[in-house]
Design a protein around this ligand. Sequence first.
Ligand code: HAM
Length: 416
Amino acid sequence: MIKAVKGTRDILPPQSAVWNRVEATAREVFRTFNYHEIRTPIFEETALFARGVGEETDIVSKEMYTFDDRDGSKLTLRPENTASVIRAYIEHRLDQIPGTKRLYYLGPMFRRERPQKGRYRQFFQIGAEAIGLESPVLDAEIIELVSTLLGSCGIHDSRLLINSVGDPDSRGRYVAKLKELLAAHIHELSADSQRRAVTNPLRVLDSKDPQDQPIVEKLPSIHDFLNDSCRDHFAAVCRYLTDRGIAYEVNPRLVRGLDYYTHTTFEFLHGALGAQNAICGGGRYNGLAESLGSKVPAPGIGFSIGQDRLLMAVEDAKPAGFEPKPLDLFIAPMTEDAFQLGARQAKQLRQAGFSVEVAPAGKFKKLLELASKSGARFALLIGDDEIATNRFGLKNLATGEQQAVAAFDLTAHLLG
Ligand code: HAM
């Protein structure tokens, strides 16, 4: 039998209802912050990610699903969405519309990573990008938005880590220093870090390999290399967060796995997730548009929440209102005429907003069994007597209590 591909999975009911609830909550929070939805294609030209995310990153060098199209062009299933949003921003000249552009997205991303709890090859992100302004007020807004969104989903115990990776000037000097220091210890490093010490030395900072730790611990902090404007930007972000009562920890080792970041980077971590504990990652990317070949600058900042991980945290926190809603009414007709009457009742009740399932005509005992298995709040029993009197047997499936109810009274009983 053919099964779902490794690293992908099916989201089934009733869990899918919780996914929908989280998405509806996110859309509502985005509305209150004046963010609007953008839908970009699932696949793009490979060059978009190679240039945008960076050739030397793990994502581009080993995790992308890339294929040749029939016309010979190279296409890639999107491993993330920031590069696509900036491509769309440039392509549609959104810079010409006055004001900051606030865009959000929900959808699947694809990375060929080793699957484990909280890590999939097709995973889902809820993200946003605020584009067109270099000011740190936007950094604080984006972080406040994530914090509000997590709170609205009942997640109050995440940790926010923030850092600055500087601008190209500060980072250039820092990377040169790291290269020099790492070169002196190259043979003491793990194989991965030996490679990164040459290609992408910043990535050595977040190596989890115990072999690298004695060397990583002694490396200088990027904060010692930040120029005045980078330092001012970071201080302002911290001040704004403090003003809004958002707790954060500064972590100078937080460099993140994508090359487009400048200034602020951040992550939200959550305890319920095990090893894959980053529930959200984000940061500022002032030079991303230019690295895609644009003459139009598009400085911005954004985040992506890992929706699969958010769902694990929500299932752990069990916030009120996120549990799947039960079926309101299961209609159990005992004859063909009763079925016709039941179907007409169902039509009216559905128009009034109730969820209703109508079973095919059957035997009383069997129908009651089906009704209780359906998880419905009420069962409506219809037989010849009920047709004759136009009163139905309405059974509360939680208490077992049953009463005769006139058709026009059904709505009031279901509401009660
Ligand atoms: P990222 O850190 O690569 O950033 O991914 C963001 C989040 O997506 C992670 O914190 C994690 O929750 C989730 N995630 C990543 N990979 C997987 C996976 N294989 N399985 C399950 N969840 C995963 C970005 O993607 C950037 N585009 C964020 C951003 C937006 N920066 C600026 N704007």
